[in-house]
Write a protein that binds this ligand. Structure first.
Ligand code: XMP
Length: 326
């Protein structure tokens, strides 16, 4: 629409004026904000932008491939794809405490990103997908929580360490405006209207110690759940169950349970499915998914993911249960 196109033109002009002929780097996570920021800045300055996409080995199925196809294949943006999974998983070995895992993932992320940023020695700017609610939150306008229940990792402090100027073209936008902008810039709606995904990724959805084997099982189970949520429509509203839920995912439980298959006994892992409805993520209800959908998902996971033989559904609301299990 014309309002959005005018906005894009203005934003593009502003970025060009700010940056001039200097180079910009941006940490692309595959999430909505960094993706939209990347698409907008790329529209403005093309190859003066280099995106750095750090794969910590804890992404969802095909996520790395999809990000590369979109940004390199379709938008022709410069993207450095760093496969740092060995490094991340190495540092996570033997660690089972949730906060400790978050700290390690956050710290490694900063380290890998900095190392890549230093290689791009011409860069003068660091771009971030900061949006208006982030600005308000860090400005202290909102009352701070008395205790940190979970430390959310971000890359605060990076521009100073790297000696870069900060470029934040989404600073004035709310989430729904960022999404509209993303669609107007040609990003696929499935990407722009995706459920939120935590920075530490599957690291907090594998309970206890993170292992590559667990991540692989979880990725497959999670992809089946999401695929079926997208495919199933609620007849009353005509919407998919993916759109009717605010966040949905599978959680890997490192416990084995007994089952039977043919003449044999199995002894395999368990996954829990979590789907919630919420407006602010501070409180959330578990979603009343249709039994037929749960049945289909569980049947597919057990049949298609060798190593998982039991599927459970999480019927806990927040509070007291948080949305993530860790
Ligand atoms: P909880 O589990 O606290 O989650 O009810 C609320 C929302 O925050 C997300 N979340 C995180 N996001 N880093 C993130 O970037 C984190 O460490 C983290 N932990 C939770 C969670 O996915 C939900 O959307």
């Amino acid at each position: 629409d014309w309002v959005m196109n005018d906005y894009i033109e203005e934003a593009v002009a502003r970025i060009r004026e700010q940056v001039g002929d200097e180079e910009v780097i941006l940490g692309l996570s595959g999430g909505v904000d960094s993706s939209v920021a990347a698409a907008l800045i790329h529209r403005a300055i093309g190859d003066q932008l280099t995106c750095v996409f750090v794969d910590h080995g804890l992404l969802r199925l095909n996520e790395g491939r999809m990000v590369m196809e979109m940004f390199v294949g379709k938008l022709h943006a410069k993207v450095v794809h760093v496969d740092a999974s060995e490094q991340f998983l190495g540092h996570l070995a033997g660690v089972s405490d949730p906060e400790q895992k978050r700290k390690i993932i956050g710290r490694e992320f900063v380290e890998v990103f900095q190392a890549e940023a230093r290689k791009l020695s011409n860069a003068k700017w660091l771009a971030q997908g900061t949006i208006y609610p982030d600005v308000v939150e860090s400005g202290g306008t909102k009352t701070k929580k008395a205790v940190t229940i979970k430390s959310h990792h971000n890359v605060g402090g990076l521009p100073e360490t790297l000696g870069l100027k900060l470029l934040e073209p989404l600073r004035e936008l709310f989430k729904d405006e960022v999404r509209e902008l993303g669609v107007a810039l040609g990003l696929p709606p499935e990407m722009v209207y995706r459920h939120p995904f935590p920075g530490p990724g599957l690291g907090v959805r594998i309970l206890g110690e993170v292992k590559r084997e667990y991540a692989e099982l979880l990725r497959k189970a999670d992809a089946i759940f999401i695929e079926e949520l997208r495919a199933a429509r609620d007849t009353a509203s005509g919407k998919s169950w993916y759109d009717l839920t605010s966040q949905a995912f599978a959680v890997f439980l490192p416990v084995k349970s007994v089952g039977v298959m043919g003449d044999g006994r199995t002894y395999d892992y368990v996954v829990a499915l979590r789907a919630v409805q919420t407006t602010d993520f501070m409180t959330a209800d578990w979603a009343e998914l249709p039994y037929s959908l749960l049945k289909k998902v569980s049947g597919r996971i057990i049949n298609e993911v060798r190593g998982i033989s039991r599927v459970t559904y999480d019927v806990s609301s927040k509070p007291p249960a948080t949305i993530e299990w860790e």
